[in-house]
Design a protein around this ligand. Sequence first.
Ligand SMILES: [Zn+2]
Ligand SMILES: [Zn+2]
Length: 447
Amino acid sequence: MTSVDDIKARVCEAIDRAADRITALSDDILRHPETGYKETRTSGVVVEQMKQLGLDPQTGLARTGVKGRLRGRSQGPTVAVVGELDSLIIPDHPFADPVTGAAHACGHNAQIASMIGAGIGLAEVSGELDGDVVLFAVPAEECIEVDWRLGLRDQGELHHTAGKAELIRAGHFDDVDLAMLTHAGPAMLPMGVGANANGSLVKRIRFHGRSAHAGAAPWAGVSAYKAATVAIAAIDAHREMFRDEDGVRVHHLITHAGDAVTAIPARTDMEMLIRARTIEGMKRASEQVDRALRGGALAMGADVEITTAVSFLPFSDDAALVEVLEPNGRALVGDGFVDLKDLAAGGSTDMGDLGSVMPVVQPIASCGTDAVAHGNAFYTKDHVAAAVLPAKVMAMTVVDLLVDGAARARKVLDAGGPKMTRQEFVDLHDSLSTDERFSGGGLSAEA
Ligand SMILES: [Zn+2]
Ligand SMILES: [Zn+2]
C-alpha cells in the first residue's frame, strides 16, 4: 500500500517540475491587474490553466469566478483550494494598470498561481484520494468601488459587494466541505497560520443640500459638503469611545465633494468601511457612525441617505485544519513557520464569510518584501515563496485530508461543530443590510 508520505512526495515533485509555469503565471497576473467583478482577462487565464489540467471548468460564477473539479477515486468530502482574482487600485504602484490604476498590492496574483500549482500536484494523485478537489478562482475580495458594486446590487445583478458571499448565496459552495487559500504576507514571516481578521460593514452615503451662488447668495444654500465634514469630525470624536475589544477601524472617502466651486454643493457622496472583531462590535460602531452622519445633516439642515451592507464576516482559522496544515508548512520552511494567532487583526477578508459556512484555513506566505500590504511598494518579489511553496503546503494538506477514506477531513468536519446553512448566512447578511434617509430639516424651509 502506498504511504501518505509517498503520495505527498509525488505531489511535490510534480509541483517542482512545474515551478517555472507557476512563477510565470504569478508574474503574468501581477502585470495584468483587474479589480473585483471585472477580472475577465484573469479568469480567462485561469480557464486556460484548468483546461491544461484536463478540467472542464465552470465559468462566469458571480460574474468572473472559475471552478474546476478533480475527481477522487471515491465519493467523500470535497476540499477547495481557493485563489482570489482581484486587485486593488493603487495608481502609483510600479505594476499599476496605466488606465484603471488597478494594482496587485495584496498579492492575489500569487494566490491564483498557488491554486493552479496545488492543482498540478494533486492531478497526479487524485485517483488515490477519497474525495474531490475543487480549484476555485473567486472574484472581488477587496472591498473597493463600493458605489459601483452597490449600483449593481440595486439593478439586481449582484447581492453582495464581496465575491465569496455572492458565490455562497448562489450555491456555488454547496458542493464544497472545506476550503483553504494562501495569502501573501511579508518576507519576515516565511509562512504562518492562525491569524484572525475583523469583520466589516460597508456604507454608501449621500448628503443632499441645496445649491446657491457661493458669492452672491450663499445664505440661500444648504451645503451637503459641510454636512459631510461635520459628520467626519463627529466620527473622529467617536474614535475615543470605541471599545478596545472591538478593534474598530473606520475609513472613509469623499468620492464626490461638489460640482462647481462657485456654488454651494448640493450633493456630497462618501463611501466607508467599518471593521470590528465581532458582529456585535460591527453593529455598535455602525450605530455610532450613523449618529455622526445624521448629526452632520442636522447641523447643516441637509438630508443624508445611508446604505449599509456587510462586506465581510469576522474570520478565524479552523483549529483542526490548522493542525493538519502546520506539519506540512514546517516540513517546507522549518522554524520559519510562525503561529500568527496573537497578531493584531486590523484587516478583513471574505474568508470570514466562507468560514461561517465551512471550516477554512488561510495560511500566510512571504511574497519576498517587507513593504506594507495595500501600499505602493507591496508586490510579489519572490514567486517561489509566494506561489510554489504555498502550492505544496496546500496540496500536501489536501492529501492528508483525503487519503484513507478521508478520515482526517471527516475529523475536521466533526471537530468544527455546526456551521451556518446557506439560508442562515443569507438571512444574517440581509439582517445587517439597511437603507435610511434622515432629514436635517433645512431643505423644506424657505430658501
Ligand atoms: Zn487586500
Ligand atoms: Zn488580499
